[in-house]
Write a protein that binds this ligand. Structure first.
Ligand code: ZN
Length: 413
């Protein structure tokens, strides 16, 4: 017996030694999966410290999206330090990193309350967890859209159709409803992800579509009220590659509404809008975005422009009037957890909204004949007037946007 015990002990020691030699227990970082984005600078296996930074790819000068997995972290407290030598600026929002321990299905913000944004966080894996995924925000990838599309395929006319091939050969897609060449109803054109990393915009747009194709009274009324053309992922390549997508060189998708666009999706979107312009115009254009990094409110009452849902105002008083009218309707109708105040409107000439020469979809749409409302719709990544964003409340906000639009359409008649 004693010899057997000794042999068993010897075998366990041999396995442990082998694991140590092979580094099987070492912390490993990966980002080679859809939406992944990170550059590892250093991993100190003794102090469990990972030095890491976001990968800019072709974005200049700076942006803040990152998303990575850490393996072999069971039983350890790991410190993740962001070391961006070109611009050492905070890259963790007010509720900390978004964390998933089930392969990206569900996400939780780390901090229960808003904190001052920082450049590092520590994480102790719960019992039985050896791998976790961390991200600047709750991601929304093609696989998220696919889950929604499978749930809705065939429901009340919901159908995913080919839109264009991307530069990298992916099949981009759109959703059409009641399309007619002779204009019979008001026309609504919706898009998101002109900037690849802006995932909250996708959740809001999905929520919009959930209402539009639902069995609710509002869903039915929305379907009979208008024609729709929806492009959920303008920069599909960037979303899947985990790019920042904002401020790409020579310019990003939302600066591509020029005479000869360089991105196939923008060329196809322009073609559709021009086709609609020549047959009565597009009444409503909404482009869903996310702003910049949010922050903790200093006094609990005033909030940064990046921590509220808002519409950036057009440089055209008639168009601005329509944006403000829609904002007031939405404030009145919004029942989601995420607050929406019409007074958070960002007028042209304030903050970053000053450039009269920008070529984004909302600005371009406003120049087309027949457009009444053309707007970007900005939804913060993490903190919305102190409320944590979640997949659920972002989608609920989108449903409320759809209901508000139904009411707005009635003002056109
Ligand atoms: Zn954007």
């Amino acid at each position: 017996m004693k010899i057997r015990h000794f042999m068993a002990f010897f075998c366990v020691c041999a396995v442990l030694a082998q694991q140590l030699l092979c580094g099987e227990d070492n912390i490993e970082i990966s980002s080679s999966y859809p939406g992944g984005n990170a550059i590892v600078e250093n991993i100190d296996q003794e102090s469990n410290t990972v030095e890491i930074r976001q990968d800019m790819r072709d974005t200049k000068p700076w942006w803040f999206y990152w998303n990575f997995k850490a393996k072999n972290i069971g039983g350890k407290t790991v410190k993740f330090k962001f070391v961006d030598k070109t611009k050492p600026w905070r890259v963790i929002d007010a509720f900390g990193p978004a964390i998933s321990t089930d392969g990206g299905k569900t996400w939780k913000w780390q901090n229960p309350k808003e904190n001052t944004a920082v450049n590092e966080f520590s994480y102790t894996a719960p019992e039985g967890i050896n791998e976790a995924q961390f991200s600047y925000c709750i991601p929304y990838l093609y696989s998220d859209f696919e889950l929604f599309a499978k749930e809705f395929e065939g429901k009340n006319g919901f159908k995913v159709e080919p839109f264009c091939k991307t530069r990298q050969g992916r099949q981009n897609f759109c959703i059409k409803l009641n399309e007619s060449s002779a204009k019979e109803k008001p026309r609504i054109f919706l898009a998101s992800r002109h900037h690849a990393c802006e995932a909250t915009g996708s959740y809001v747009l999905e929520g919009f579509m959930r209402e539009l194709f639902s069995d609710s009274e509002e869903g039915k009324a929305l379907r009979s009220a208008a024609e729709y053309f929806i492009i959920p992922m303008m920069d599909l390549d960037g979303v899947e590659n985990g790019d920042q997508g904002k401020s790409r060189v020579p310019h990003d998708h939302n600066r591509d509404y020029i005479d000869t666009p360089i991105y196939p999706s923008v060329a196809a979107a322009k073609k559709k809008l021009l086709e609609w312009e020549s047959s009565g115009g597009t009444d409503i254009i909404i482009d869903f975005h996310s702003p910049s990094i949010g922050s903790k409110s200093k006094d609990g009452k005033t909030f940064s422009i990046n921590s509220v849902v808002f519409l950036p105002g057009q440089n055209d008083s008639e168009k601005e009037t329509q944006q403000r009218l829609f904002s007031e309707i939405l404030e009145d109708i919004n029942t989601s957890e995420l607050p929406f105040l019409a007074s958070d409107f960002l007028p042209f000439g304030k903050s970053w909204n000053k450039d009269p020469h920008t070529t984004g979809l909302a600005k371009y749409g406003a120049t087309l004949k027949g457009t009444k409302l053309s707007t970007s719709f900005e939804t913060p990544y993490a903190t919305c007037r102190g409320v944590k964003t979640s997949k659920e409340n972002l989608k609920e906000l989108g449903r409320c946007v759809a209901k508000a639009l139904l009411k707005y359409i009635k003002t056109l008649q």
